[in-house]
Write a protein that binds this ligand. Structure first.
Ligand code: S3P
Length: 166
């Protein structure tokens, strides 16, 4: 039950913040996208392209199940992971969910040059971010037991989370 699960929109800093937290607190970071990529031997983009988003979501739930069996982890979830109730249920049973809240403007800026995230390889990227964010914000807020302001540097956000978690 002692894992820390970081959730939030693409570009909110889950992986970087998670890496800093893990180092400071002597925990192990698992980046869920990288975990799936290593297991499948394919990038997230390739999985989306070859098998579709639905298959990726199944793999994500499989990863949630496997990681929830482990302890002392900081889990950087994918941006969509915690939008599925089944994943919330699994991950909640293994630790505390932290939502890293970053403003729309900052997300757009941070994601401006992204080439890695299949959902953002569109002409109207900022509109897609707006739509997805509006849909997901209430879900993230509801899933999390801790909400932190993510509009600071990764180091500050990491320290703030560790401070809150005691
Ligand atoms: C997704 C976020 C990505 C990755 C996939 C889908 C999403 O993770 O899982 O591209 O639905 O928001 P990051 O939040 O780490 O970019």
């Amino acid at each position: 039950m002692n894992n820390i699960i970081l959730c939030g929109f693409m570009g909110c800093g889950k992986s970087t913040i998670g890496r800093i937290m893990a180092k400071k607190a002597g925990l192990t970071l698992v980046d869920m996208d990288r975990y799936i990529e290593e297991k499948e031997g394919m990038t997230v983009s390739e999985i989306f392209e070859k098998y579709g988003e639905e298959r990726f979501r199944e793999l994500e739930t499989e990863a949630c199940r496997e990681l929830s069996e482990r302890e002392n982890l900081v889990i950087a979830a994918g941006g969509g992971t915690l939008t599925f109730q089944r994943n919330i249920d699994i991950l909640k049973s293994s630790g505390k969910i932290v939502f890293i809240d970053v403003s729309y403007e900052n997300l757009c800026e941070r994601l401006e040059r992204d080439t890695r995230r299949p959902l953002l390889q569109v002409e109207n990227r900022n509109e897609v971010i707006r739509e997805l964010l509006d849909k997901r914000l209430p879900i993230y807020r509801n899933a999390a037991s801790v909400i932190v302001n993510g509009n600071f540097t990764s180091g500050i956000v990491a320290s703030n989370i560790l401070g809150i978690m005691g």
